[in-house]
Design a protein around this ligand. Structure first.
Ligand code: NAG
Ligand code: NAG
Ligand code: NAG
Ligand code: NAG
Ligand code: NAG
Length: 435
């Protein structure tokens, strides 16, 4: 037997590199009661059993505070041994059950990530990579592996990643179910972005927040070398405020399929489809691997919630496998661990807690661009505006879904802005219009 039996105790400390130290003076809004709802549209009970389409959702009252129980998890498992002489793993480790853990388990290799050779020499003097912020420099891994493909996974990788819940790894998934898709993901032939003449890559990352409605930022956004968008990126009719270009579109199977019908009433017809656009997928769950298999093979989805759908029809004639990228579990986990680690990873619903798709997109830009301007991300006065820009001035507010920590993200964007690592668009409170 080549594996090593390790008993992980809660005493392992590995988040020392985390960048932030954000003080949490804000009341944590978390979720009590039996049902939890996620942005992905699913309902869960407190045992994380999916209960789709059940129950009425009522947001928790303002100021509701959760009690987060730190439960001790002692768990034995085979882990890949950190030795250069280890025999190559040949079989997948036994599937770990998410339900076996009462909170996020901690492994001593939690904070170890694959890194890749840098795609280019940094030549941009204004690059965020040149930041002098000591904490940021320590946390930031400029060459973190961004993309998963068929050539960068093998059995020991599978076993390592099987210790982390999705989307940070493959806990609870069967090897064949995932690998039947991953074996079709081609190795990207080119870097996501290329620098311009002065060696700098200037990016706009456009979130969907209501502060963009009436902002008239369209021209400024479009003037960047690259424009990133994600999720329900409604453009038609909002060009003056949000621009009309999209170079990189980040999505999940859920976001691309649900946008098609949820956003119809806002004029949304399809994903952005500029000539040569790059599509980036966040593989957040099994359904994304099922989607990927259909997409990459050009067939119908064979299993799961999207069974019989034809994924290629969702990309507005711009699907091309040379421009399709799948984010790597190490990248997603690194973003969570070092920048956006919510206290809710210690709550009973730990396994659904993750950064938003917008957050992963902004961090993807931080790792592929030199200069990042963020528009339409959550700021302190988000409640003064509608939830999404395409809702115009409707009185809608952000629903604080249980799976995301919006306050933590809001503080992180402000901190990155204050440290001059990104430029974040703030908007003053709307003036009270007198009749
Ligand atoms: C969760 O699981 C425990 C133990 O199996 C059970 O006693 C409890 O009733 C379950 N909770 C819910 C909400 O189903
Ligand atoms: C498996 O993949 C990892 C990550 O890409 C790599 O570091 C390792 O050398 C590979 N192992 C084998 C046996 O190929
Ligand atoms: C965006 O608008 C500009 C100016 O109206 C136009 O020239 C350009 O073709 C549009 N681009 C896209 C992708 O629609
Ligand atoms: C996909 O993109 C590649 C590289 O740009 C190009 O050579 C190829 O013709 C494209 N394929 C399709 C089906 O458009
Ligand atoms: C989770 O709980 C452990 C043990 O009490 C604590 O050390 C850790 O800081 C907590 N994690 C977060 C992100 O709050």
């Amino acid at each position: 037997m080549f594996s090593l039996l390790v008993v992980i105790s809660t005493a392992v400390v590995f988040f020392i590199l985390s960048w932030g130290g954000i003080s949490q003076s804000i009341t944590w809004t978390a979720f009590s009661g039996k049902l939890l709802r996620t942005y992905g549209g699913s309902w869960y009970d407190s045992n994380l059993t999916v209960l789709d389409n059940k129950g009425e959702w009522t947001p928790p009252p303002d100021g509701f505070t959760s009690t987060i129980k730190a439960e001790k998890t002692n768990f034995k498992t085979d882990v890949p041994r950190a030795s250069t002489h280890r025999p190559v793993a040949e079989t997948p480790m036994p599937v770990l059950s998410i339900k076996a853990f009462k909170k996020l388990p901690k492994w001593d290799f939690e904070d170890k990530y694959n890194q890749d050779a840098p795609p280019r020499e940094p030549t941009c003097a204004q690059s965020l990579r040149m930041s002098n912020d000591e904490k940021f420099k320590k946390a930031f891994l400029p060459n973190i592996r961004l993309f998963l493909h068929k050539d960068n996974i093998n059995m020991s990788e599978w076993n390592r990643l099987s210790h982390f819940n999705n989307p940070f790894g493959f806990m609870g998934f069967k090897y064949d179910d995932v690998m039947d898709s991953v074996k079709f993901i081609p190795k990207p032939k080119e870097p996501l972005l290329r620098p311009g003449k002065d060696g700098c890559i200037r990016c706009a990352v456009v979130g969907t927040s209501g502060i963009l409605y009436g902002s008239k930022l369209g021209k400024e956004i479009d003037a960047h070398d690259y424009v990133f968008r994600m999720n329900g990126a409604v453009i038609k009719g909002y060009e003056e405020d949000v621009g009309n270009r999209t170079s990189v579109y980040v999505h999940t199977a859920h976001s691309i399929t649900s946008s098609a019908y949820v956003l119809k009433k806002f004029g949304y017809k399809s994903v952005p489809h500029d000539e040569g656009i790059k599509f980036v997928m966040i593989p957040e769950g099994m359904r994304d691997f099922q989607w990927l298999q259909g997409l990459l093979k050009g067939e119908r989805v064979s299993e799961g919630p999207y069974k019989n759908r034809r994924p290629r029809t969702y990309y507005a004639d711009q699907y091309n496998e040379t421009r399709f990228y799948v984010l790597h579990q190490d990248f997603l986990r690194y973003v969570r661990n070092r920048f956006l680690l919510s206290r809710n990873v210690n709550a009973s619903f730990w396994a659904i807690v993750r950064p938003t798709n917008g957050a992963f997109t902004l961090f993807l830009a931080l790792h592929t661009c030199d200069i990042v301007d963020a528009y339409g991300f959550i700021t302190d006065n988000h409640n003064k505006y509608s939830n999404y820009y395409y809702e115009k001035n409707a009185k809608t507010h952000i629903v604080f879904y249980a799976n995301h920590d919006y306050i933590l993200e809001k503080n992180m964007w402000k901190k990155l802005h204050d440290s001059k690592i990104i430029k974040l668009y703030f908007r003053p409170d709307p003036e009270n219009k007198k009749p």
